[in-house]
Design a protein. Structure first.
Length: 202
């Protein structure tokens, strides 16, 4: 497929939003870990926190190579920061209510919401890396190759955890750790297959 020219200003906006998503993700995971009751989930999120810190550093390296100011505040970046702050406050609110199981569910939902945006950011960065050209595409490809698989893992596994914790809270048999974790799912297709197969794991 022929390489095509991309909108540089919009790419920069994407990168600023991605950087803010990773920065906010660090605080989101720190708060989510404080809400986690299941020891396996807590350990899982601790690993994701460490990886998110690495992803943030990876993007800072991209900014340095592209000559972008990592402190610049674009309109879209401000929105991402607001959403991230809101997710942290939602978890804190749930924790302060005193129902630890409910707070863990809220934390799972907040992580899924945050990781949905994070996953989309990296999917788009990967698209530019694949279909763009020149040094910028090469820089983005190197970053995407280092991060992309982690983002799949974060989103699909946390979605699985949250689904199973909800199922258990509703009084039905839950698969914990979830099928996504057991089968080490890293794609949307794999996640769908894992959820479909959960009945065989009960």
């Amino acid at each position: 497929m022929a390489k095509s020219k991309y909108d540089e200003a919009q790419l920069h906006e994407l990168l600023y939003q991605a950087l803010e998503t990773e920065a906010g993700g660090i605080e989101i995971y720190e708060t989510a870990i404080s809400c986690a009751r299941n020891s396996d989930l807590k350990e899982e999120w601790q690993g994701y926190l460490d990886e998110t810190k690495t992803h943030h550093k990876t993007l800072l390296d991209v900014f340095a190579k592209l000559g972008l100011d990592p402190e610049a505040r674009t309109p879209g970046r401000k929105v991402v920061a607001h959403i991230g702050d809101s997710l942290v406050k939602a978890m804190q609110m749930a924790r302060e209510e005193g129902d630890a199981d409910a707070a863990q569910l809220v934390a799972g939902e907040c992580v899924v919401l945050a990781e949905t945006k994070d996953h989309l950011n990296w999917e788009l960065i990967g698209h530019v890396a694949e279909h763009g050209s020149g040094d910028t595409a090469k820089i983005l490809k190197e970053a995407y190759d280092a991060v992309g698989q982690d983002e799949d893992h974060h989103l699909y596994h946390t979605a699985g955890w949250t689904r199973e914790l909800w199922i258990g809270a509703l009084g039905f048999p839950a698969v914990v750790p979830p099928p996504e974790e057991v089968k080490n799912v890293e794609t949307a297709i794999g996640a769908a297959r894992a959820e479909h197969a959960r009945g065989d794991m009960l």
